[in-house]
Write a protein that binds this ligand. Structure first.
Ligand SMILES: Nc1ncnc2c1ncn2[C@@H]1O[C@H](COP(=O)(O)OP(=O)(O)O)[C@@H](O)[C@H]1O
Ligand SMILES: [Mg+2]
Length: 382
């Protein structure tokens, strides 16, 4: 899969960008703050209908100054896969989002999600294992969207009902029969979500181990642990659990937590409180591993995702590599590029210091980014 053409209008500091991309290697260069990451975020938006640095779509609309904002923002991409083309258009106007596939409005994100698969690398990712559980959940959920786009609908429903339950817990008079209904639905939807996340880590684990050995130290034995909201640690490489079992856990645990949830007016149990992490020699990474090992895990997981998409789903995702040279040493970058060389993936990479990149192959296209404008260049600056 690759993006052939892209038009970005009023997205962050980009007023208008119209680019025809190289099928393989695209490099965006420019100083900090010029709009390189914004461009990657626009592509990410076309894939996931959200930004990667905010949860609020309104933040993405171009502001002219402190008080005036553009009326609408849009990102249109023409993608090609296996000789067929499809146009994805997204417009955000008056706080409403319109997504179209070949000019036909799509009502459900699940119907839209499978067209453009992107894997994003950003400098912030390297701190993932020490970040908040919410950051780790969204990291895993993004992988889940890529690998199982249909899971999006389940997650949307889960969040909708969770919000209703939350609101009800905060109301003056709590109706336990209504809570029974919410909990029954949340057990099913949340059970599916927890199971899908866990199952994803299970599927990726063999690829992950291979990538760790390829990129880093063969003797580095890393396990992944999935922590449920009821306090169970599940190991995707060895434990087996079914969706029905997870649902049964939720039914039991939600009933046990009922009294406390009413008292504190908050939900205690559910997929919204799951977490995962990596373990090194039996200890959680965040307490024992070095910064380099932390980075290794994140990079290896992403590489496992790419490998899985290509090998098992025959779908090469578009790679958005945001300033990775600032976080990885030259040796790791070199091995990472060698790994990518095996695949026919499209890469869109940003850098403020391109002279330090260990690039050995041909760069297809280079753009210089300046104040949200893009100018194509023949060569790298010397
Ligand atoms: N909604 C917005 N409207 C206008 N400018 C924005 C908006 N959001 C971010 N910016 C501007 O985008 C710039 C940052 O761009 P970014 O792509 O992160 O830079 P870099 O080239 O370093 O990756 C900042 O100058 C910021 O003020
Ligand atoms: Mg940036």
């Amino acid at each position: 899969m690759h993006i052939h053409e892209i038009e970005v209008v009023n997205f962050r500091n980009i007023q208008l960008a119209n680019l025809t991309l190289d099928t393989h290697f695209n490099l965006l260069i420019g100083n900090n703050g010029e709009g390189k990451s914004n461009f990657l975020e626009a592509i990410f938006f076309a894939a996931f209908l959200k930004g990667f640095r905010t949860n609020k779509r309104v933040d993405l609309i171009r502001k002219h100054d402190k008080s005036t904002t553009s009326d609408l923002m849009s990102v249109d991409v023409k993608i090609t896969q296996q000789n067929a083309s499809v146009c994805l258009s997204t417009t955000y106007k008056n706080r409403k989002l319109y997504a179209r596939v070949d000019n036909i409005i799509v009502e459900k994100f699940a119907d839209y999600a499978s067209y453009l698969r992107c894997v994003l690398f950003q400098p912030e990712d390297v701190g993932l294992l020490r970040a908040s559980p919410a950051t780790r959940r969204s990291f895993i959920d993004r992988m889940l969207f890529n690998i199982r786009p249909l899971s999006v609908e389940n997650m949307r429903l889960y969040q909708q009902i969770l919000k209703q339950k939350h609101r009800h817990l905060k109301s003056e008079k709590v109706d336990e029969m209504l809570l029974d209904i919410y909990d029954e639905q949340l057990s099913k939807l949340g059970g599916k979500l927890t199971f899908e996340r866990y199952n994803l880590l299970k599927k990726l684990y063999p690829y992950f181990v291979e990538m760790i050995a390829k990129l880093f130290d063969k003797s580095l034995r890393v396990e992944i642990v999935y922590q449920t909201s009821w306090g169970q640690s599940l190991y995707p490489n060895s434990d087996v659990i079914t969706e029905e079992e997870v649902i049964a856990h939720y039914v039991k645990q939600l009933s046990k937590a009922r009294h406390r949830e009413i008292m504190i007016q908050q939900t205690k149990i559910g997929a919204q409180r799951d977490d995962w992490n990596a373990m090194l020699n039996g200890y959680l990474f965040k307490s024992t591993a070095s910064q380099g090992q932390n980075r290794a895990v994140v990079l290896a997981l992403k590489m496992a995702e790419i490998n899985y998409l290509i090998e098992r789903q025959k779908c090469a995702p578009v790679l958005l590599l945001d300033d990775i040279s600032s976080e990885f040493d030259v040796k790791r970058q070199q091995r990472f590029f060698d790994f990518l060389d095996h695949f026919e993936t499209q890469m869109i990479m940003t850098s403020a210091a391109p002279q330090h990149l260990p690039i050995t192959k041909n760069i297809g296209k280079i753009w210089h980014v300046f104040q949200g404008s893009f100018e194509e260049r023949e060569n790298l600056p010397s």
